[in-house]
Design a protein around this ligand. Structure first.
Ligand code: NAD
Ligand code: UFG
Length: 337
């Protein structure tokens, strides 16, 4: 019996695959490499010393995806495949709805055909919208999303809930990630965005590496944060990967249901706290300038991770130093060649 990992060559997927292989799970990756490089596949094999099947397939390609189910005995799916750039989703909404929502529908249809009804889905804290409190707890439910990317996550959550109502033999975990950063300690896999990054940690990495000359800090007059800069719940990608293992274990124990969990540390750090930690831990310079606020950004939010701790036995163990150290280690050992 195998676990199918869609988007398994990507940032979070590759780290999750490493953790699965380290636990001797039999895995199969499906990825169309739209936002990842095949080199990551060799690196996963190098880290783990294990082999697995890889299919270069778009999840929208029903025939090819079905073939993967035909050729293998797939028991469960961890579904990472999707487009994830908030700004790009505003420019190209149809591509986001097509890829993320239609892609998931195709996957679910084939899963039904092959009687595979166990899925872990990559959702996001963005589905909470702006609930009026910085501490996000699962019971707050989904709010009004502010961009097409967020709306695709919210829609897919709804689709999974409706699917369960229609057939309660499904077993579904919805994981709402906060802000994943960091890389595998080997320095072999990590996040490598193309072009100028949108997210804070990849941007800091390029500034520290002198590919960009300074970081723009988007606003320093936010209320409710320690120094006026935006605050987020950053979590180490390896902790996040382990969260998926725990979610699968939960689904294996339960007969059926839809289970929603926040995956975050429960602590928010400001932009300047991250910059200072990065400089200190890695002994590098990160020049920055205060810039205007970025449209759509909230001042501060973080997870209430209690439910994941109680029901999954999951807590994020890696702190801000490890997040900064491992991010930089990936640059030194990989991006510099
Ligand atoms: P990523 O882009 O590194 O990985 C996604 C992978 O999916 C890539 O390898 C890409 O090539 C693949 N993919 C995309 N569309 C595909 C398709 N149609 N068919 C097959 N493969 C396809 O992104 P990530 O950061 O690893 O994110 C993984 C998932 O987690 C995504 O669904 C993302 O929306 C979600 N998520 C990410 C974050 C974050 O900050 N990184 C936060 C919350 C949720
Ligand atoms: N920031 C800067 N300068 C930059 C980039 C970011 O000051 O160059 C600040 C932002 O204003 C924010 C913080 O750093 O205060 C974090 O920003 P990111 O872009 O790294 O992350 P976001 O919290 O905006 O968004 C992330 C993911 C989204 C996801 C969301 C869910 O990128 O995909 O978390 O909570 F939807």
């Amino acid at each position: 019996m195998s676990i199918l990992v869609t988007g398994g060559v990507g940032y979070i997927g590759s780290h999750t695959v490493v953790e699965l292989l380290n636990r001797d799970e039999d895995i199969i990756i499906v990825d169309n490499l739209v936002n990842s490089k095949p080199e990551a596949i060799n690196r996963i094999k190098k880290i783990t010393g294990k082999d697995f099947k890889f299919y270069e397939v778009d999840i929208l390609d029903e025939k090819k995806l079905e073939n993967v189910f035909k050729e293998n005995n797939i028991e469960s799916v961890i579904h990472f495949a999707g487009l994830k750039a908030v700004g790009e989703s505003v420019e190209k909404p149809l591509e986001y709805y097509q890829n993320n929502v239609a892609g998931t529908l195709t996957l679910l249809k084939i899963m039904i055909k092959y009687n595979c009804k166990k899925i872990v889905f990559s959702s996001s804290a963005t589905v909470y919208g702006d609930p009026g409190t910085p501490k996000y707890i699962e019971e707050l439910g989904r709010g009004k999303t502010t961009n097409p990317y967020g709306t695709t996550k919210s829609m897919i959550e709804q689709i999974l809930e409706d699917l369960y109502i229609s057939d309660n033999s499904w077993n579904i975990a919805i994981l709402r990630y906060f802000n994943p950063v960091g890389a595998h300690e080997s320095g072999l896999i990590g996040e490598e965005p193309q072009g100028i990054p949108n997210n804070l940690m990849p941007f800091i990495m390029k500034v520290a590496n002198k590919e960009l000359d300074h970081l723009n800090v988007f606003g320093n007059d936010y209320e409710g944060t320690k120094d006026g800069t935006g605050a987020r719940d950053y979590l180490h990608v390896v902790d996040l990967a382990i969260g998926h293992i725990k979610a699968l274990e939960k689904l294996d124990k339960e007969k059926n249901g839809v289970f929603v969990y926040n995956l975050g540390t429960g602590t928010a750090y400001t932009v300047l706290e991250i910059v200072e930690a990065f400089k200190k831990v890695n002994n590098v310079d990160v020049p920055y300038k205060i810039a205007p606020r970025r449209n759509g950004d909230l001042a501060i939010y973080y997870a209430d991770p209690t439910k994941a701790e109680k029901e999954l036995g999951w807590v994020a163990k890696r702190g801000i130093e490890e997040m900064c150290r491992d991010s930089w280690n990936f640059v030194i050992s990989n991006m510099r060649g």
